[in-house]
Design a protein around this ligand. Structure first.
Ligand code: NDP
Length: 451
């Protein structure tokens, strides 16, 4: 980075930190993007004059609200709900809803900010947004989750709509929660529209939406590996998480000939040296999605596997790592362990799972490393395809959706190569994704005037 870019980043970040005190995840996400695009801004100074960066980090709107609900014993609880409507230059706000105890304004803003560039990369007409609550569905009955979702949607419904803001799932929000949220939206608004995505297949959902983030991440990893003449065949894959993204990343990696040896949740990870197979995968699906159990139960069912409580899976030797759980789950020591273990490719399924120090380790070792905003964009892209199907009142086949998904992931990869290839030929996917995503949003904002 030259002197101008360095100065620009430091001044800009000082302002962002002063204006958004304590929002460390948001600062982290902004610093990464502004570091990538500063040289581009230097080359296109009209974007500096238009204060595009200053506008892009300021959400168009933040909605925070009270979510009161009653548990099965009659006790009253109060959670906090959020919707961050970050940027609508390219289309209606679009992004998931997260229910997790850790949710706060900083996490919501970082996710909405990332989403803006990710949605731009998909080439579909979608702006960026994100929402959620510090409510944890873990350990709650179906009836409690339903009452919470109904209370949450009673407020949220006045701020969203098929042409305004289209939420979807994220951590803690899967098919069950989308069902309850959609039911309450429909009841209050008296309309049946595709205002939420990730819907059930019988009521407006798209084939392949549940699979899309994990499958898309594997399609992206295939493209990354191909730049080195490699494939998934015969590779050992370490995956974190055991939720939606991890489940389908594991399934696709297996079908491409890889051996998936780990899965995890927030309590620990399981290591299965023989690798998952179809039967073990089906067990995990039932465990996590039906019984809502913990990943440690895998060890009791398959004694060849070992459970490591309180640990993350990154010390396991592997060729490919796919973090699919949560933000900042790979730190510097984890990254060093992965590099020392011979890992050649890190493809993010989660959002911002790698700390900046860990990214530096991967890039110094010239690993294939992709940020989530590029490699997990298959989920929101397929949500975009669900919106299209809802609008034209048609349903595409799984093959049609899969071919769109495949093409979108390979186009995102090509955009990263175009804007991220460095002088020595190394593909800096972080820079590529940030610059490619930024250009479209920035130009749209410039075209649309000072709004
Ligand atoms: P799920 O709720 O289905 O699964 C999340 C998994 O991650 C669970 O195994 C969960 O374990 C684990 N996890 C959650 N929080 C933590 C934590 N603080 N520490 C360790 N493990 C944790 O969520 P998804 O699979 O949908 O989402 C996973 C990631 O992928 C998130 O970063 C999300 O933003 C991102 N993503 C999701 C998309 C989607 O389409 N669903 C699209 C694009 C990105 P536990 O059960 O113990 O909480």
């Amino acid at each position: 980075m030259d002197k101008f870019a360095q100065n620009y980043v430091e001044h800009f970040m000082a302002d962002v930190v002063a204006k958004n005190p304590g929002e460390k995840e948001f600062h982290q996400a902004v610093r990464e993007v502004v570091t990538s695009v500063a040289p581009y801004l230097e080359a296109y100074p009209h974007l500096l004059d238009l204060k595009i960066m200053e506008r892009i980090v300021e959400p168009e709107r933040v909605i925070m609200f009270r979510v009161p609900w009653c548990d099965d014993r009659g006790e009253i609880h109060v959670n906090r709900g959020y919707r961050v409507q970050m940027n609508s230059a390219l289309g209606p706000y679009k992004g998931g809803i997260r229910f997790h105890a850790s949710v706060n304004l900083s996490i919501m803003k970082f996710l909405a900010f990332e989403q803006t560039f990710k949605n731009s990369l998909t080439t579909l007409p979608m702006g960026g947004g994100k929402g959620g609550s510090d409510f944890s569905p873990r350990g709650k009955s179906d009836a409690e989750v339903m009452r919470f979702c109904q209370s949450f949607m009673t407020e949220l419904q006045r701020h969203i709509g098929q042409d305004t803001d289209v939420p979807a799932g994220d951590i803690g929000v899967g098919g069950r929660e989308i069902g309850f949220l959609f039911g309450q939206y429909k009841r209050l608004r008296d309309e049946w529209t595709g205002t939420l995505t990730g819907k059930g297949l019988a009521w407006g959902g798209s084939l392949l939406r549940p699979e899309a983030t994990g499958y898309g991440a594997c399609y992206f990893a295939q493209e990354m590996l191909a730049t080195k003449g490699e494939t998934f065949e015969g590779k050992t894959v370490v995956i974190s998480g055991a939720g939606n993204v991890a489940q389908y990343a594991a399934k696709k990696a297996m079908s491409l000939g890889a051996k998936v040896v780990t899965l995890s949740d927030s309590d620990g990870y399981i290591y299965d040296p023989d690798g998952l197979d179809e039967q073990k995968w089906a067990f995990v699906m039932e465990l996590k999605n039906v019984r809502r159990g913990r990943i440690k139960e895998y060890e009791a069912k398959y004694p060849g596997a070992k459970y490591f409580p309180g640990e993350r899976p990154w010390k396991v030797k592997c060729d490919i790592a796919m973090p699919c759980a949560t933000q900042n789950e790979i730190d510097k020591a984890d990254a060093e362990a992965l590099v020392a273990g011979g890992c050649m490719c890190v493809t993010e399924g989660a959002n911002m799972p790698t700390t900046p120090e860990a990214i530096a380790v991967f890039q110094a070792a010239k690993l294939l490393y992709s940020p989530g905003k590029a490699s997990n964009a298959g989920g929101v892209a397929t949500s975009g395809l669900e919106m299209t199907q809802n609008s034209i009142r048609q349903k595409w086949t799984a093959e049609e959706v899969d071919s769109h998904l495949h093409r979108i992931m390979s186009d995102i990869h090509a955009a990263c190569v175009k804007y991220g290839t460095e002088e020595d030929g190394y593909i800096n996917y972080v820079k590529g994704a940030n610059v490619a995503g930024f250009i479209k949003v920035a130009n749209a904002m410039a075209d649309q005037g000072l709004v």
